[in-house]
Design a protein around this ligand. Structure first.
Ligand SMILES: CC(C)(COP(=O)(O)OP(=O)(O)OC[C@H]1O[C@@H](n2cnc3c(N)ncnc32)[C@H](O)[C@@H]1OP(=O)(O)O)[C@@H](O)C(=O)NCCC(=O)NCCS
Length: 159
């Protein structure tokens, strides 16, 4: 129960995009002194949860994660920005796409380090699947993302 003494401002519902930023600190390192892949996966899952849950206003669980590749190492001290968006909604599931931008704070450079796709299923308090609000496609970019997400979904469900 949220205490009414706080100044509460209503925000628009069903926000399809979420941005989260994490500083890569030494406890996230592996034995070679770079970011541990498992730590990145853990953050990606949190970002996917936040984006999906914030969009549909329900608890969401991860049902699948597409192949994640670690083509470039992430270094301690870099600032990671996770750009997440709901690309597709089905009946009870939605796809969250996450683009990871790694920023070298000292040298003022950025690079695109990873992209991954999470499928989340919305659940109520009793653990029953619930319908997600349909995604409103407003831009050309959303249209392209939706189309690509639909193709990925077909592949996932047929494999
Ligand atoms: C999520 C869960 C409730 C789904 O229940 P289910 O009966 O297996 O799911 P269904 O077959 O009815 O599918 C539900 C949705 O997921 C989609 N789905 C099913 N299998 C999928 C897969 N392999 N990849 C992507 N989406 C999938 C379905 O298409 C459906 O979407 P839609 O309603 O939008 O059409 C159940 O699988 C579960 O509890 N999984 C564990 C979740 C968890 O603990 N995650 C953390 C991992 S440690």
């Amino acid at each position: 129960m949220i205490n009414q003494k706080y100044m509460i401002q209503k925000i628009s519902i069903q926000q399809p995009c979420t941005e989260m930023t994490v500083l890569v600190t030494p406890e996230l390192a592996n034995f070679s002194g770079r970011m541990h892949g498992g730590e990145l996966l853990k953050i990606l899952d949190k970002v996917a949860y936040t984006c999906g849950s914030r969009y549909c206003g329900e608890y969401v669980v991860t049902i699948s994660v597409d192949k994640v590749t670690f083509k470039e190492p992430i270094f301690i001290g870099e600032l990671l920005t996770f750009l997440a968006s709901v690309n597709y909604t089905g009946k009870t599931s939605l796809e969250v796409g996450i683009k990871v931008i790694a920023e070298d704070i000292k040298n003022h450079t950025v690079r695109h380090s990873n992209t991954s796709y999470f499928t989340m299923v919305a659940m109520d308090e009793k653990g029953n699947k619930v319908t997600v609000p349909p995604l409103e496609i407003k831009t050309e970019e959303q249209k392209i993302r939706f189309k690509r997400a639909l193709e990925r979904r077909k592949k996932r469900l047929s494999s």
